[in-house]
Ligand binder design. Sequence first.
Ligand code: ZN
Length: 84
Amino acid sequence: MSDKCPDYVANLYSYIDGELSAEEYEELRQHLLDCPPCLTEYERDMLLKKLVKRACGREQAPEQLRSMIMTQISYSYTQVRYEN
Ligand SMILES: [Zn+2]
């Protein structure tokens, strides 16, 4: 554990939710690779989040997945249009 660990742990939820800036994200990611106690905290938070989601029953599509689906849709739309 380093002095900064409590700060990193406090940011874990934002990290998991993708709310950190690219810099903060990278810093925390690097720290998790070097710091088993923080990695354990991270895994616990991930597990907790999964359980909460499952308990809620309805999972909202993450932004990335949604835009991926939208891209797929417009791609097939374009394909169909060109074929005709
Ligand atoms: Zn740490």
